[in-house]
Design a binder for this molecule. Structure first.
Ligand code: PMT
Length: 409
């Protein structure tokens, strides 16, 4: 199932080919997609919303002014991985090219930021009209995928171009639009994630609230974008993203050893792990008794600063750190960037709602070695990971000498 987990919006407009959209919905569902259908009033003259509602198991949005609480013209495109318009009339092409917003679907199109695939269907004469061709050219120049209609018998009885693109072409275009970028191909990413645990005795330890989600998101994004990835993870409940080489560690010292050993292999290092800053100085080999008075005093020793060591031993690697802050994120993160000799630091406010430890979202400020600051709002960690990877690509230096092939996939 090629489209598992993908959310799609299918816009159906008023062409006789609207009946073919029913088959398309079934194919998209069969491939695992979650499909929401939006129809123009004219499309409703050819096929009823009930047909699409029954198949897609979602209400069909048709009216901008209906009392819909969740504003589908905003929420549907925001949640979508791609929007398909099939069939698209000449009227829809014109509205989309000109930015007209006089009904639900055309208004929704102004909120689309994901890939947009448009499959026109109309009579051949209309398709060849200069105005239609100008609108198609405008849309293509804007990055919209407009599929040329097929040649063949048309509803008018004529023969020519104008038939809705075959379903297989729409599916191919969709697959291509959803294919992840491969702009990290050739890079070798070493990424740390999760907490470390520092033993007090065989049953107790010092640790922190890191779930590993941030580091795993970076690993997954880089792998999907073509990088070889080694993920050095403290204890978490997460599963390694497909194709990622996962190395489990428990303590800060273990994490340090693995990261330093794999540094020469890497081209980029991202330290998303929440490494313990202190460890018990003398962990007990036997379980400490409650009445032994140990709770009154626990001697601690600082752990080594792994990032600082990595920065001292690196050759050309781009080094990215995170800064977990509860206030003055920009100032504290900038100080860490300089102190640790980094190329980029991701300052995150771990005290803000929905940000930092354990959550699926994070609010981050990216500061690079040139002093450029990028304030990102609250984003899903997977999306933030892509932003981080985008910035890292701008900071990569020409490689002096390839490292030995250790780690990665
Ligand atoms: O795992 P999640 O639940 O998804 O949460 C994500 C996160 C909040 C853990 C993550 O976004 C994050 O902020 N990670 C860094 C946490 C941290 O240790 O921040 P710090 O400001 O204390 O350390 C700064 C940098 O130095 C970090 O990159 C850290 O990995 C590194 N460090 C810290 C201590 C140490 N001994 N060695 C280090 O290399």
């Amino acid at each position: 199932m090629k489209l598992t987990g993908k959310r799609l919006v299918l816009g159906v407009t008023g062409s006789i080919a609207a009946y073919k959209a029913v088959g398309l919905v079934r194919t998209l569902l069969r491939e695992g997609a979650d499909v929401s259908v939006v129809m123009t009033q004219a499309a409703g003259r050819f096929v009823t919303p009930l047909t699409f509602e029954t198949l897609s198991k979602h209400p069909v949005a048709t009216d901008l002014f209906a009392a819909q609480q969740d504003m589908p013209h905003l929420t549907l495109p925001e949640r979508a991985d791609a929007v398909i318009v099939a069939p698209a009339t000449a009227n829809l092409l014109a509205k989309c090219a000109l930015g007209l917003a006089d009904d639900l679907f055309s208004t929704m199109l102004l909120n689309v930021t994901c890939p947009l695939i448009v499959a026109p269907a109309m009579d051949g004469g209309m398709w060849h009209h200069q105005a239609v061709q100008a609108h198609v050219a405008t849309l293509r120049a804007r990055g919209v995928t407009v599929l040329d209609p097929e040649e063949g018998p048309l509803a008018s009885g004529r023969i020519g171009p104008g038939r809705l693109a075959e379903e297989s072409r729409i599916m191919d275009a969709l697959e291509q639009a959803l294919a992840p970028r491969q702009d990290w191909a050739g890079q070798r990413l070493l990424v740390s994630a999760g907490p470390t645990q520092e033993a007090i005795d065989p049953v107790r330890y010092l640790s922190n609230r890191s779930s590993g989600k941030m580091g795993y998101a970076v690993a997954q994004a880089a792998r999907e974008r073509g990088a070889a990835v080694s993920l050095v993870s403290g204890p978490t409940t997460l599963t390694a993203p497909p194709g990622v080489d996962l190395i489990h560690v428990i303590t800060a010292e273990e994490m340090q050893k693995v990261l330093l050993a794999r540094l020469p292999w890497s081209t980029v290092v991202v330290m998303a792990a929440a490494v313990a800053d202190f460890r018990p100085l003398r962990p007990s080999s036997a379980k400490l008794k409650k009445d032994g008075g140990y709770w009154k005093k626990l001697d601690l020793a600082p752990t080594d600063d792994i990032l600082h060591q990595l920065s001292q031993q690196r050759r050309d690697q781009v080094l990215v750190g995170f800064a977990a802050e509860t206030e003055s994120v920009l100032a504290h993160a900038t100080a860490k960037l300089k102190r640790k000799g980094l190329d980029l630091i991701v300052g995150n406010n771990v005290a803000a709602e929905g940000s930092g430890f354990g959550s699926d979202t994070n609010a981050a400020t990216l500061i690079d070695r040139n002093g450029q600051v990028r304030e990102l709002g609250l984003l899903p960690k997977r999306e933030l990971a892509d932003h981080i990877l985008d910035v890292v690509l701008t900071l990569i230096r020409p490689r002096r000498k390839p490292g030995p092939s250790k780690g990665g996939t």
